[in-house]
Write a protein that binds this ligand. Sequence first.
Ligand SMILES: Cc1ncc(COP(=O)(O)O)c(C=O)c1O
Length: 443
Amino acid sequence: MTAPHETGTAPEREMADVVRSIRDTVKRHSSRFERSIPLIASENLLSPYAKELLISDFHSRYAEGLPGERYYEGNEQVDEVERTCLDLAKRLFRCSFADVRPISGTVANLAVLKALAEPGDLVGTSRLANGAHISSASFGAFGMRGVKPVYYAWDAERMTIDVPRTREILLAVRPKLCLFGLSLFLFPMPVAELAPTMEQIGARGWYDAAHVLGLIAGGEFQDPLHEGCVVLSASTHKTLPGPQHGLILGNAPDPELDKRLQSAAFPGVTSNHHLHTMAALAVSFAEHLAFGREYARQTVANARALGQALHERGFDVLAPELGFTRSHTVAVRVANEGGGEAAARRLAEAGIITNKNLLPGDTSPKHPQGVRLGTPEVTRVGMREREMARIAELFDDLLHRQRPAAEVSSAAAELKSGFTGLKYCFGAGEAAYRFYDLVGHEP
Ligand SMILES: Cc1ncc(COP(=O)(O)O)c(C=O)c1O
């Protein structure tokens, strides 16, 4: 095949340059991550069997509606895979209802709001500064649906909802829906403790499991659909190491509610539902049923070990009396290390990828005093407690001992060089950061 850069027209040659440059940039990104210590709590790596479906023909198709009731022809194989995906979801979470059509966690949240609330309704939730997702904000999904937040009381020491004070708020204000779930999610939420109050005021419980989905499935966190929530929404690519997608689960013996959730998913908030990612999700569910318990256990063990090691090196890790975390996430107040923004930037220069994060008590949303650290990805490539201690040492070298970023970056790359293959999936050992070169040559 002749490439445009040899014989093509001027626009073809120009655009071939653009395509080459995009490919090069993505390849550079992949090798950068291969050398780095990625600690973003909301990120993970896809298994090879899930990844190959992202470039399958499912990507090119439309399937509106439910399996067996589609608006387009040609969907028999899509139906088969989607039925499998739904069955696996229900088995993994031991629940009666699943919808795998929302294409992200935010879209799943919009669908739940559409199904269970009307504009003007009151919905219980947590404040952004206490770790809630922007879905709960007036400029996010809550605002789009026109619902009004009722904020729970917060226990900043224990980094969870203050149950007695929240009971009083719920009884006084009587929201229609109570949302549990966070983006800075260290400890389980008191769903079971608040369930009798929700029942008393006729409010439904809704759990946003975007961050902790893989931990719930792996039996390492709470089990909200069996503690008092009737619906759960999530994204599927954080502690559940699946594709970028969304999910709604339910466990109410209420077919009317299931139907409302289904019609909120389609035609409410989706048209097509990204069939290639749905197929990859089915594979990720199967792999989580096979390997998820061990993966979830190690992810939490690593987060606790990281918190402990940072604490021992003088970092202000939140919730020391509670073992720092029960999830995949650790929160560190870095006011003494220059604040969240400066610390996260300096860590990134040294090959350690984190994010600045608001913490309870922060006075300015523009100047977060924390960094959020997560162990889903480093666990996925096989790191364990020993490596968490080494990561804490790198933090200490960089942020306390002022060792140059270039030196810490080399040390981080050396540590990572032993951990570049995937674990806890079929095809384990496959290169985690591989660039799939389908074409075999440059344009
Ligand atoms: C609690 C919570 N809900 C929802 C979302 C949104 O998920 P997505 O990025 O898939 O839209 C996030 C994302 O980080 C989250 O933390």
